[in-house]
Structures are given as structure tokens and as C-alpha cells.
Design a protein around this ligand. Structure first.
Ligand code: GLV
Ligand code: GLV
Length: 327
């Protein structure tokens, strides 16, 4: 008898089809995620689940779903999953790294450029019918080429953004990360490790690409924003909660920094209403990895992980591979 799996997120039908030879498959055909109680109900008797970044996998869910052996997320971030609790119960967790790196870096760069050159702000002005005359300083922003690019979190995506800045735009790259890159990786990126405070003070454009954990909650708040240049921009493509959104809205209104680009929010899909009242911000709905080829690749990798993990194969990207050896 085939094991049962649940696809808790609507995704590409042809990719879901790849599960059917191996499993009895139940799918979520609505665009909405299920509330946890509904997810728990549907997970009864399921050996595996396909999720994205929104489903909360905690001890309550794990205890209520003893048949569950594999959790496969199509996201690279996994702060919605209590991985240690999964490991303790012998539940394998897999994510979808690498396949989204370049696409996400493209978007981070685009958001940063849009903030620096005031693209969203000026478009709103134009749509409101307010363009009556041209002026020399109208929506004059700051340059990206030749500027200092600051990166907080120098993982794969951070490095891909650094590469764009250094090679394409002649930027100086400074970064802060728990671990320094080896010198031979820093050199081609024109990148230099600095303390967090120096990063804040020196960056013309600061991009956040670090994974969320409680330790980095509000790591960018009023104090940090006050250290930044008044001409600087801040871009967050990492996770909501890393930035104190209320403090950011205040800093933008006060001119503490020049502009911001946000793809992620505390409590999304709700957002702090103050963010909507400041003009010098570009807001997008958590779409940094959303190109069709990349969303297909992420989905495909999640399916590959699920199939391998439940059919005795080697899952390509496990987060807690120590579980694999156990029976
Ligand atoms: C998106 O935010 C992801 O983690 O893949
Ligand atoms: C991930 O989030 C990365 O930088 O690889």
C-alpha cells in the first residue's frame, strides 16, 4: 500500500503529478493555507507533507500527527518549523536552498535600486496625476553604481547580491556575518567584513539577507537606523521581524534614512499601517523568489525530497540528516 502524503500548498499541477506513482496524494486546491487545526486533521495517517513558509510546524502539531515522518518545505527559510523538535521525534525536515539564490538576489538588487532611485514613489506621484512640470531635483535619489553596498547576512543570497554590486555596478561591498568568508571568496566580491556598527554607519545601501531566529528579532530598530546615513537605503528580503517596522516607518518619516525596500513584514500578510503612510518606501508581498522557473524549481526540489525520503532514497537537501540513519 502506498504511503499517504499531503500537499498543503497549491502548486504546479504537473509537479504534484510526480508524487502520484509513489503516494496516495491529498492536495490543497485553494490558494489559502490551512489553519493549524485543519492541517493537523488532514495530516492524520500521512507520512509526509509538502509545505511553504507559512505553515507552523511545532510540538503541538508533531505530537498530534504521530504518523508524520517527513516535512518538506519549498522555501529556503524554515523559521516556521521547530527543527530540533522534529529531530527529537525522528522526523526528517528538508528545505529548498540554492535553486532560488540568483532569482532572489536579482529581486533584492531591484528593490534596492527602486528605493535608491525612488521608482515606486515617483510612479505613485504620476498615477495620482500630480506631474504638472519637470524640475531638476524632482525625485532625485542616490546613486547605486560606485556606492558602498552593505550586506547583513553573507550566505548564498548575500554573496550573489555582492557579486552583482561589485562586478556590475562597481560598488564597494562591506558585510557583517557571524562567520567571515575566506579571503579567496572575499576578493572577487570586493568584499570586506566589518562590525555591525561599522556596517550601519558606512553603507549607502544596506540589504538584509540573514535567516530569522529569535536572536535577530528587531536587530534593526530605532538605535540602528539612527546610526545609518541620512542618504542611505534599507532593503529587507530576509524575514519579517528582523526589522522593527514601526521604528522604520518613523525613521523614514523623520528622514533618518532616505528610503526603504521591503518584501517581508512582521505579521505578514498584515503589515504595520504606518508603513503605508510614508512615501519613500517600496513594498512588495514576499515575492523575492517568484520567477516562474524558480518557483517551479523550488517546488520540484520539495517533491524530490519527499519522494527520496519516503522511498528509501537520499533526499537532496535535508536539514537534519542525522535523522536519516535512524529507523
Ligand atoms: C522565502 O522566503 C523562502 O524562504 O524561500
Ligand atoms: C539563504 O537564505 C541563503 O543566503 O542561502
Amino acid at each position: 500500500k502506498k504511503p499517504k502524503v499531503l500537499v498543503a500548498r497549491k502548486t504546479f499541477p504537473d509537479i504534484v503529478e510526480r508524487l502520484r506513482p509513489h503516494f496516495e496524494v491529498e492536495t490543497n486546491d485553494s490558494e489559502d493555507g490551512w489553519p493549524q487545526a485543519e492541517l493537523i486533521r488532514r495530516l492524520q495517517g500521512k507520512a509526509g507533507v509538502y509545505i511553504a513558509g507559512g505553515e507552523k510546524i511545532d510540538q503541538i502539531l508533531l505530537d498530534a500527527c504521530p504518523a508524520l515522518k517527513v516535512i518538506s518545505t519549498m522555501a529556503v527559510g524554515y523559521n516556521n518549523i521547530d527543527v530540533p523538535a522534529c529531530t527529537a521525534r525522528g522526523v526528517l525536515v528538508t528545505n529548498a536552498p540554492d535553486v532560488l539564490t540568483e532569482t532572489t538576489a536579482d529581486f533584492g538588487f531591484a528593490l534596492m535600486m527602486a528605493a535608491a532611485r525612488r521608482i515606486a514613489e515617483s510612479e505613485h506621484f504620476l498615477r495620482r496625476g500630480e506631474w504638472k512640470q519637470w524640475s531638476v531635483t524632482m525625485f532625485a535619489g542616490s546613486d547605486v553604481h560606485g556606492a558602498t553596498l552593505g550586506i547583513l547576512g553573507m550566505g548564498r543570497i548575500g554573496q550573489a547580491i555582492a557579486k552583482r554590486g561589485a562586478l556590475g555596478f562597481g560598488m564597494q561591498v562591506i558585510y557583517h556575518n557571524r562567520s567571515r568568508l575566506p579571503a579567496e571568496q572575499e576578493a572577487p566580491l570586493n568584499a570586506r567584513w566589518v562590525e555591525k556598527e561599522e556596517l550601519l554607519r558606512q553603507a549607502d545601501h544596506l540589504v538584509l539577507v540573514l535567516p530569522y531566529s529569535p536572536a535577530v528579532h528587531h536587530i534593526i530598530g530605532a538605535r540602528e537606523l539612527a546610526l545609518m546615513k541620512p542618504t542611505a537605503t534599507l532593503t529587507n528580503i530576509a524575514r519579517g521581524g528582523i526589522v522593527d517596522d514601526a521604528a522604520l516607518a518613523q525613521a523614514l518619516a523623520a528622514g533618518t534614512i532616505a528610503a526603504a525596500g521591503l518584501d517581508v513584514y512582521e505579521g505578514e500578510p498584515a503589515l504595520n499601517p504606518a508603513l503605508l503612510t510614508v512615501p519613500n518606501i517600496v513594498l512588495t508581498p514576499h515575492i523575492a523568489s517568484a520567477s516562474i522557473p524558480t518557483r517551479r524549481a523550488m517546488s520540484g526540489l520539495a517533491v524530490d525530497n519527499l519522494i527520496a525520503a519516503l522511498t528509501g532514497g537520499k533526499p537532496p537537501t535535508p536539514l537534519n540528516p542525522e535523522v536519516l540513519g535512524r529507523s
